[in-house]
Design a protein around this ligand. Structure first.
Ligand code: TRP
Ligand code: ZN
Length: 887
C-alpha cells in the first residue's frame, strides 16, 4: 500500500517555490473521528470540499503510510477504479463544484517512531503535524493555504485515556457502556492541517485563568503525566506574563475561551503551536530548581512565549506555503526575544542571541547547507526548520524595527494582522506592509530573503585634524547555487566616545555621508542606512580622536572586518554604554588573541572584570560581567577564526584559561566565596547573575587546585547546591579537570544519577555532561549507550549523547584518526531507521567539514560517504548528506 518509511530514496523530488499554484479545491470543514484501539486507530474524515478554480475536476489529497478502507463521495462508496492512490497521494477525479467526501483510514501510532503524525509517547497518544505530518493521519489537502473548520471526536478506553483533547472548545463528552468515552472538540477558527492536534492519555492538569484586555476570561490548563505535574507552575506563570505582554506590546488578545499546553516526553523539536492546544517537549515546559538549569528556565520562558505568540503570528495569519516558513518563525522568534528582553535584561538577551547566531547560524550560512531566509527549493521541508529560517529570520524582522523606528514598526504589525487575519500569506506581504507604513522603498531590503550567506562589512578608519572618516565596503561570499550577490540594504548603528569614555552627541558633530543617516532622539547614536557596495561616513569637529562604537545592538546580522588597535577594543570593553558592544569588543580581542594578532594581557583584563563584580550590585551589569568572564567557546572560535587547527586551538584555549585562573588567583577565590552562599534559589535576573558569577569564579578557582583540595572543593560545591545550575557546574568541573581523580568522579556521577534517576531531564543532563567530557575516552562515551537509561527512540536522550558529542566534544569528535566522526555517522545511520528528522539534524556537525584541516576534511567526508552506502536512507538524511558532499 504505502512505501516503507525508510526505503531508499534515490531521487526525491525537488519542491520549488516557482512551482507554487493555489489550490484547485479547498476544504471548508473537516469532521474527524478517531477510534483509538491498541495497535491500530481508525480515522474517519468527513470533508466538505469546494472548487476554487473554474474548469477543474480533480481533488488531490496527500497521504503517507496509511491503510485506506473506504472513499465515499456524497454518500456513494467509490470502487477502487474510481480513484487513484499511490504512496503519497489520493486522487479523486470527475468532481463538480462542491462535495461531501468521507474517507476511512487505519494508522498504527504504536509503531510510529518518527514522531510525526499520531504517535505514542509513554502511555499517551499525541500528534505532531507541522509541517507535513497530517498526511500520516488521513488523506487531506495537507498544505498551509487550505484553511478549514475542524471538528474532532476522540473515542478511547475510559480508564486508560481519561483525558481526550483537541483544538478549540469542548462540545460534548459521553461515557459509553463498553468502557470507552467519546469527546468532541470544535475549533471555530479555520486553520491549516499543520495546526491540528490531538492528545489522549491519563494526564494530570493545573489550571488558572487569564482576563484579557477586553475583560474576557480564558481558562489556562497545563497537562502532563502525573510524575511531572509538580513542575508546571513556572510555565503557567510565563504563559500569563506572555499573554499580558502580547496585549501591551503588540495589541494582540487571545481569541478562544481555553488555552491548553500538554507536556510530552518524546518530541522532535521544542514545542508546537497547535491552535488552542500547544504540545511541548517536557524540556521546554517543566522547570523546578532541582530539575532545570538557569539556561533551561530561560528556554522555558522563551518557548512558552514563542508558541503562545504564534496564535497571532502563525495561526491567525499563516503561511501560504512552506517557503514562507520564516514569515511565522522569524517574526515569532523576534517577538519572543523582545519578550525575554523585557522580562530580563535586553543587553544580556541580545548577547546570548548574537553568540548563538555567530556560532550556529553563521556556520550554516557559510556551509554547504546554506539557504536563504526564503528558500527557493527543498527536498524535505523538515530540514528547513533551521537557524537561518528562525534566527536570521528574526534578525530580518528586527531590521524593519530598526529601519522604521518602533512606532512605525508597530503600525506595520497592526496593519499586517488586520489586513491578513484569517489568511495564508508570504514574506513579500509582510515586507509590503512595512514599506507602506514606513513610506519606504524596501525592494533592495528584500534581498535579505533571497540571498544566502552572511554579508561582510569592512571598515577603514582615518582620523585627522578633528575629522574622522570611515570607508565602508560590503560584500557577501558565494553560496550553493548563488555565485554573485547584490548589495544589501542594512541598518548600521554607531556611537562615538571621547577619549575619557564619555559618550559624544551627534548633535555636536558635523555628519556627512554618502548614505542616508539619522541620529537617535537623544543624539547618542547614528543610524546609517547602508545601501551601496561602497560608502563613506565623515564626522567632524572632534577635539581629540574619538573611539567608534560600531554595530550597536548588533543592528544587522553581518560579519565585521574592522582592524583596530587592542587598546581601543579594551577601551570599549570598559567604557561603552552599549552592553552588546562591550561584550563584542571583548570577543574581538579574543579572536585577535587566538589568531596571534593581539599583544594585550587578556588575563589581566578578565581579572579586572572579576574584580569589578565583587563591588557591583546591579543585576544586569553583573550578568554582563559573568558572560565576559568566560573565554569564548571552541565552536564560537571555529566560526570566528579564518584558520585554525583543532588540537592547537584546544591547547591554546586551555592554556589561557589556566593563565587567567593563576594570575588572578585571589580574585577568583574571593569572588567565589562572596557568591557561594547566595541565598535561596530564585530564577530571576539577580539570581542568574549571582550563579553565573559564582560558577565562572568556581571554574577558575578549581583550576588552581590539585589533589584532595580540588576534590573537596568540587564536592562542597556539589553538596552545597540547592539547584541544578550549581550541581551541573560541580559535575562539569569533575568531568573537565584532568587531575580530578577517576574514583571521585565516578562517585559524584553515581550519586547524581541515583538521586535523579526518575527525572528524565536531569538524566539527559547526566548523559550530556559525559558526552562532552574531554577526560572520558571515546570507548567510555560509547559505553553510555549500554546504560539502561539510554534510549535511542527518545529524541532528548539521543541528542544528549550524540548531538552533544558532535557539537561540544571537540577533542574526541575531532580525533585525528576519524574515530569520532565514524562514531557519529554510525549513530546517525541507526537513528535514521527510527527517526529521520532527528538523524538529519544530528548530521550538522559533519556537514561543516570545510572548516577543518585537510586530514580532518577527508575523514569527515568519509564518514558522510558511509551513510550513502546504507541499504536505506530517509529523504531527510539523503538531502543533508548529498548537499554536504556536493558542495
Ligand atoms: N512550529 C514549531 C515552532 O514553534 C516548530 C516545530 C515543532 C516543528 N515541531 C516540529 C517543525 C516538528 C518541524 C517538525 O517553532
Ligand atoms: Zn515557532
Amino acid at each position: 500500500m504505502s512505501e516503507d518509511l525508510t526505503s531508499k530514496q534515490t531521487n526525491p523530488k525537488e519542491i520549488r517555490l516557482t512551482d507554487y499554484r493555489s489550490p484547485e479545491y479547498t476544504t471548508e470543514t473537516v469532521d474527524l473521528t478517531f477510534d483509538i484501539k491498541d495497535g491500530n486507530t481508525e480515522v474517519r474524515s468527513k470533508l466538505h470540499v469546494k472548487r476554487c478554480l473554474d474548469g477543474v475536476s480533480e481533488l488531490l489529497l496527500n497521504g503517507q503510510d496509511l491503510e485506506l478502507l473506504s472513499v465515499v463521495v456524497d454518500g456513494r462508496a467509490l470502487s477502487g477504479n474510481e480513484y487513484t492512490v499511490d504512496s503519497e497521494t489520493l486522487l479523486i477525479p470527475e468532481l463538480g463544484a462542491e462535495h461531501d467526501i468521507e474517507i476511512v483510514t487505519v494508522i498504527k501510532p504504536e509503531e510510529n517512531t518518527a514522531l510525526e503524525g499520531l504517535y505514542k509517547s509513554s502511555q499517551m497518544y499525541c500528534t505532531q503535524c507541522e509541517a507535513e505530518g497530517f498526511r500520516k493521519i488521513t488523506y487531506y489537502q495537507d498544505r498551509p493555504d487550505v484553511l478549514a473548520r475542524f471538528t474532532t471526536t476522540i473515542i478511547a478506553d475510559t480508564e486508560r485515556y481519561p483525558t481526550l483533547l483537541s483544538n478549540g472548545n469542548r462540545m460534548r463528552s459521553e461515557t459509553r457502556v463498553d468502557g470507552r468515552s467519546a469527546v468532541t472538540w470544535q475549533d471555530p477558527f479555520p486553520k491549516p492541517s499543520y495546526l491540528f492536534a490531538l492528545v489522549a492519555g491519563d494526564l494530570e492538569m493545573i489550571e488558572d485563568t487569564f482576563t484579557t484586555m477586553t475583560g474576557r476570561s480564558v481558562t489556562l490548563q497545563i497537562f502532563s503525566e502525573a510524575h511531572n505535574i509538580g513542575q508546571c507552575d513556572y510555565a503557567m506563570d510565563v504563559l500569563k506574563r506572555s499573554m499580558r505582554w502580547d496585549e501591551e506590546r503588540f495589541g494582540r488578545e487571545y481569541d478562544l475561551d481555553i488555552f491548553m499546553i500538554v507536556a510530552v516526553e518524546d518530541f522532535n523539536m521544542g514545542a508546537m503551536e497547535n491552535k488552542g492546544l500547544n504540545i511541548f517537549n517536557t524540556s521546554c515546559v517543566l522547570a523546578t530548581p532541582d530539575t532545570a538549569t538557569d539556561a533551561a528556565y530561560q528556554r522555558v520562558e522563551a518557548v512558552v512565549a514563542h508558541e503562545y505568540f504564534h496564535n497571532w503570528s502563525g495561526n491567525r495569519v499563516t503561511c501560504r506555503d512552506w517557503f514562507q516558513l520564516s514569515l511565522k518563525e522569524g517574526f515569532t522568534v523576534f517577538r519572543d526575544a523582545e519578550f525575554s528582553s523585557d522580562m530580563n535584561s535586553r543587553a544580556v538577551k541580545r548577547i546570548e542571541d548574537v553568540g548563538f547566531l555567530r556560532t550556529i547560524q553563521f556556520a550554516e550560512d557559510g556551509g554547504p547547507l546554506a539557504h536563504p531566509v526564503r528558500p527557493s527549493s527543498y527536498l524535505e521541508i523538515s530540514n528547513f526548520y533551521t537557524t537561518t529560517i528562525y534566527e536570521k529570520g528574526a534578525e530580518v524582522v528586527r531590521m524593519y524595527d530598526t529601519l522604521l523606528g518602533t512606532q512605525k514598526f508597530r503600525a506595520g504589525t497592526d496593519l499586517y494582522f488586520d489586513r491578513f487575519d484569517g489568511s495564508a500569506v508570504t514574506t513579500d506581504d509582510f515586507a509590503d506592509v512595512m514599506s507602506e507604513v514606513g513610506d519606504k522603498d524596501l525592494t533592495q531590503f528584500k534581498r535579505w530573503y533571497d540571498q544566502a550567506g552572511t554579508p561582510l562589512v569592512k571598515l577603514v578608519e582615518r582620523y585627522e585634524d578633528g575629522e574622522l572618516s570611515l570607508d565602508i565596503v560590503q560584500s557577501c561570499a558565494s553560496s550553493p547555487k548563488q555565485d554573485a550577490k547584490a548589495p544589501y540594504h542594512m541598518p548600521l548603528l554607531i556611537g562615538v566616545l571621547a577619549p575619557d569614555g564619555a559618550p559624544l552627541s551627534f548633535y555636536d558633530l558635523a555628519v556627512d555621508s554618502s548614505e542616508e543617516v539619522r541620529s537617535s532622539a537623544d543624539g547618542d547614536s547614528l543610524l546609517i542606512e547602508l545601501r551601496n557596495e561602497q560608502a563613506s561616513l565623515n564626522l567632524s569637529s572632534f577635539e581629540a580622536k574619538p573611539v567608534v562604537s560600531f554595530l550597536r545592538d548588533f543592528s544587522a546580522p553581518i560579519r565585521v572586518d574592522y582592524a583596530r588597535p587592542d587598546d581601543e577594543l579594551a577601551f570599549l570593553v570598559e567604557h561603552d554604554v552599549n552592553g552588546f558592544v562591550r561584550w563584542d569588543a571583548l570577543q574581538s580581542l579574543w579572536v585577535a588573541y587566538f589568531s596571534g594578532a593581539s599583544e594585550l594581557d587578556l588575563a589581566q583584563l578578565i581579572g579586572k572584570l572579576g574584580e569589578q563584580a565583587t563591588s557591583n550590585e546591579d543585576a544586569e551589569q553583573l550578568q554582563l560581567i559573568a558572560m565576559m568572564l568566560n573565554v569564548p567557546e571552541m565552536s564560537y572560535l571555529f566560526e570566528a577564526l579564518g584558520e585554525f587547527e583543532v588540537d592547537t586551538l584546544l591547547r591554546q584555549r586551555d592554556a589561557v584559561i589556566g593563565t587567567i585562573a593563576l594570575e588572578n588567583v585571589d580574585i577568583w577565590a574571593a569572588l567565589y566565596e562572596q557568591y557561594f552562599a547566595d541565598g535561596a534559589f530564585q530564577p530571576d535576573a539577580k539570581g542568574m547573575a549571582q550563579r553565573g558569577l559564582k560558577n565562572a569564579a568556581f571554574a577558575y578557582h578549581v583550576r588552581n587546585l590539585r589533589g584532595s583540595e580540588l576534590v573537596s572543593t568540587v564536592q562542597r560545591h556539589y553538596q552545597g547546591a540547592d539547584n541544578l545550575t550549581d550541581r551541573r557546574a560541580a559535575l562539569k568541573a569533575a568531568l573537565t579537570e584532568p587531575d580530578f581523580p577517576v574514583e571521585a568522579r565516578t562517585d559524584l556521577l553515581t550519586d547524581f544519577y541515583d538521586k535523579w534517576r526518575n527525572e528524565a531531564l536531569v538524566v539527559d543532563l547526566w548523559f550530556n555532561l559525559q558526552a562532552q567530557s574531554p577526560v572520558l575516552t571515546l570507548d567510555e562515551i560509547k559505553a553510555l549507550e549500554e546504560h539502561p537509561a539510554f534510549d535511542m527512540k527518545n529524541p532528548n536522550r539521543a541528542r544528549a549523547l550524540f548531538s552533544v558529542f558532535g557539537m561540544l566534544n571537540h577533542s574526541r569528535f575531532h580525533a585525528i584518526d576519524g574515530s569520532g566522526y565514524k562514531y557519529l555517522a554510525d549513530a546517525i545511520a541507526r537513528l535514521d531507521a527510527l527517526n529521520p528528522q532527528i538523524a538529519a539534524r544530528l548530521s550538522a556537525p559533519l556537514t561543516l567539514w570545510r572548516r577543518y584541516d585537510p586530514v580532518r576534511q577527508e575523514r569527515m567526508r568519509d564518514a558522510l560517504s558511509t551513510l550513502t552506502t546504507a541499504d536505506s536512507m530517509s529523504k531527510d538524511l539523503y538531502e543533508v548528506v548529498t548537499k554536504a558532499l556536493d558542495n
